[in-house]
Write a protein that binds this ligand. Structure first.
Ligand code: HEM
Length: 511
């Protein structure tokens, strides 16, 4: 009995705990399969190293990883379990179609949207879930639905024209986000939430989306945090939370109810029906198993697929609009190119065929340069080869190891892009330079998990620019790119110094 109670004394418990952690640290530093990889010792011992940069330093781990590469070289062990590579030549080997590629469940599950394709870790399950949506987001399908985007572009321009008439400054950043949300929800769910009609462009939704990374980063390290937050009933939050959260919850509740309604109606859907086809119909008609057709699972896809089109394309468009309209030479060249390719239009509608715009080399170069500087996602995207070792340089990476690369680093590598922070569309005009960068330019990622909405994103960017260029002039009142577009933190999406706000004075273009 005495022996037993002495074993339970606080001193012996403390000694056991200390011994356990010392043994664990020793194992991770010297015996673990990743022990041979360079990197900070503390990061190899504990994930709390990452937690410090994620939580206390508010999304700074991406930048800490960049510093690690300067010290330790192109491959670094960034946690007890994970590697990061900063070598553009490896991108096409890690993000590819051949072979099975899982995502890292620890990272994706923290997004609190289980079941959505973007957060499905397993290769085969992801493939099965993505299959029914591929045709819906194909280039041909986007082309067929240009009318939907045109109508939003027309409304967008109409709202901007109101500000031009009154001379009041416009938050162009919020207006761009509103446009994106209206296109995305209409395209995916067949429902218009009319963000563009709101006097402030529903800026609260934009701010809420911009802050969404905090919950993800906290849940990575405190696993119960996200599920606990999500267990709070939406109705309670709608009544009691701050206006931005309440607004978002109203949207989430409505879109979930809409998903349930569509799923119920999908059984009797006929192509000649008036109602548009949506991703809910595609999933319902697919060969997915019944458990993938529940309201909960389908809503996960609806929420994440629409959400993936919100602040991604918005942040790119904000940057492009800013650089184009504050640079007279770029503006002049774009306008000349567009005028040559299209008939001048006196109304505010936008009806230029997409395939005409896609042929314009300078406009295309401008959009590519925008996506180079703002590839939407700030974080590394890990891939796991579950069934084979990977080889990097002299290293053999054990099967099952999460390995990530960060596109922002690759896109601002000065060996690939001299003066990397300069907005210089010229890089993409010359076919030679363009060809050279083909393998290391990946705003939409590559391989099995390549962006599902990339054709929609391209279409939106072409059509918005083609509509704004002939009609408006914007004055950003001395705002500098450093003031606004510097990448400041990893909120999964890129968070910049200026966040989503982009104040401008707008006037109708004098021709
Ligand atoms: C310029 C705008 C955009 C950029 C730069 C972008 C970028 C990306 C990237 C890098 C990924 C891969 C993420 C990962 O590896 O974890 C991705 C995935 C995805 N994107 Fe986009 N995206 C954009 C616009 C859109 C739009 C408009 C939509 C749809 C409305 C969309 C829907 C998706 C979906 C559903 C996935 C997940 C694909 C999968 O896991 O199979 N994106 N996007």
């Amino acid at each position: 009995m005495e022996v037993f109670s002495s074993l339970l004394s606080w001193q012996s418990i403390a000694v056991t705990v200390v011994l356990y952690f010392l043994t664990l640290a020793f194992y991770r530093l010297y015996l673990h399969p990743l022990a041979k990889f360079p990197g900070p010792k503390l990061a190899a011992i504990t994930r709390y190293y990452e937690a410090y940069y994620d939580i206390i330093k508010n999304g700074q781990y991406t930048f800490r990883i960049a510093e690690m590469h300067k010290i330790y070289g192109p491959i670094v062990r960034i946690s007890p379990y994970e590697l990061h590579i900063n070598d553009p030549s490896y991108f096409e080997k890690l993000y590819r179609h051949e072979g099975r590629w899982n995502k890292y469940d620890w990272a994706v599950e923290a997004h609190n949207a289980p079941g959505g394709i973007i957060f499905t870790p397993d290769h085969d399950q992801h493939r099965a879930r993505r299959l029914p949506l591929n045709a819906y987001f194909s280039k041909a399908s986007v082309l067929r639905r240009q009318g939907l985007i045109d109508r939003k572009v027309e409304k967008f321009c109409g709202r901007i024209a109101e500000f031009a008439a009154t001379g009041k400054p416009i938050d162009l950043g919020a207006a761009i986000s509103a446009f994106q949300r209206d296109v995305s929800t209409d395209f995916v769910l067949g429902k218009n939430y009319n963000n563009l009609d709101q006097p402030d462009f529903g800026v609260g939704m934009t701010l809420f989306m911009q802050g969404g990374g905090t919950m993800w980063r906290l849940t990575k390290h405190i696993r119960w945090y996200g599920p606990a937050m999500l267990s709070i009933p939406k109705d309670f939050l709608i009544k009691n939370a701050d206006p931005d959260t309440a607004n978002f919850m109203r949207y989430a509740k409505d879109s979930e109810e809409e998903t349930a309604r569509l799923l119920k109606a999908a059984a009797s859907y006929k192509p000649e029906d008036d109602a548009p086809r949506t991703i809910v119909h595609e999933i319902f008609d697919s060969n997915l198993p019944p458990e993938d057709k529940t309201v909960k699972r389908v809503f996960s896809d609806v929420a994440t697929v629409t959400g993936a089109g919100f602040e991604t394309t918005s942040s790119v468009l904000r940057l492009i609009v800013y650089y184009v309209f504050s640079n007279p030479e770029i503006l002049r060249r774009l306008r000349a190119e567009l005028a040559n390719a299209t008939k001048p239009s006196s109304s505010l509608d936008a009806t230029i065929p997409l395939h005409t715009l896609e042929q314009l080399p300078y406009l295309t170069a401008v959009l590519m340069e925008g996506m180079r500087l703002s590839p939407a996602i700030a974080t590394r995207s890990q891939r796991i080869a579950p069934d084979r070792d990977l080889i990097y340089d002299k290293y053999r990476i054990p099967a099952g190891t999460p390995v990530g690369m960060t596109v922002v680093f690759m896109h601002t590598d000065e060996k690939l892009y001299p003066d990397p922070h300069k907005f210089d569309p010229e890089r993409w005009v010359n076919p030679e330079t363009r060809k050279k960068s083909e393998k290391t330019y990946a705003p939409f990622s590559r391989g099995t998990r390549i962006c599902l909405g990339m054709h929609l994103a391209w279409a939106e960017m072409y059509l918005v620019m083609a509509a704004l260029l002939p009609k408006f002039d914007f004055d950003f009142k001395g705002l500098t790119p450093e003031d606004h577009f510097e990448v400041m933190s990893d909120q999964f999406i890129i968070s910049t110094k200026g966040k989503a706000v982009l104040e401008a004075r707008v006037s109708l273009r004098k021709t």
